[in-house]
Design a protein around this ligand. Sequence first.
Ligand code: PMP
Length: 362
Amino acid sequence: MANRAYNFNAGPAALPLEVLQNAQKQFVEYEESGMSLMEMSHRGAVYEKVHYETETLLRELMSIPEGYKVLFVQGGASTQFAMVPMNLLRAGTTAAYVATGSWATKAIQEAKLFGDVAVAASSEADAYKRIPAAEELKLPSNPAYVHLTSNETIEGTQWTDYPDTGSVPLIGDMSSDILCRPVDVSKFGLIYAGAQKNLGPSGVTIVIIREDLIAKPEGAVPTMLRYDTHAKADSLYNTPPTFAIYMAGEVLKWVKANGGAAGMAARNNEKANLLYDTIDSSGGFYRGFADAGSRSIMNVTFRLATEELEKQFAKESEAQGFVGLKGHRSVGGLRASIYNAVTPENVQALAGFMRDFQSRNG
Ligand code: PMP
């Protein structure tokens, strides 16, 4: 396709072209069923096959051990900010959160609606430029769980070594880095992620939950916001977002064909290194926002000397077919989101534009 944009959107974000083209072929009629997948019952055999295949592929690609349930729910990761405490924060316990940036802060604010919350570690004093070291974590006396944000989409920071929280369940918001690299799922009690960055279109949220954490919540929790509701029904308690789950399955097939989680890590590291090298070798023209040891391989955030120059960069890059490079409105600057499906060629084109822009304005 000749006129596909250089898409660096933060989410929803670029999907693999092959996946879109294949979905287009199947859009009007799915596998000789006489109808689109969107038109069929979620209780029928054709959809059920898609549903369970998507789950099986996710289990395989993330090496999810026995004893974990995979759930497909709705409401985005933002609903998980509430569902986690509603289900897991019990009276007499305190929820511990690591404050790493904008999304962790939202999770903390939401949890406070439901009970006692403690900040176990924070990089707020460093403008959220870094991920705290595991040793910085101070847990409250009776912790219900420890919550971290695996990748801060807005600041462009990412955990590399997750802390060992022993018998306290570790909860990870992996919305912006799920399946970007191999992860030891057994370290976590619960992982959640909106699909719209690495896994497909928006509309479905993945929850991976250790079975011992699935229990009847305390107090009155709406049926749809209980993990046990969805776990008992294999995510078919009510109508699931069938098309989003189908698309996630197609993206997972693409991940598998491209080397799985390890293949994604190699590809993502190469892309991220190219951009960080371009920043670091610019003699200060480009300045990376995140500390070197906390840099994200999904969201590369950087600044220029003045806001004026940043505006000019955004404008000129847009004119040349680059999309989504303006930083989040809350922090400014520039951001290139380079999720799994963003091609190395597109990242090379961006690095080329950056060098060219510098040569004209440096
Ligand atoms: N957590 C992180 C790390 C995110 O990047 C986002 C979305 N950008 C969210 C949570 C919120 O996700 P949703 O829009 O699916 O509610």
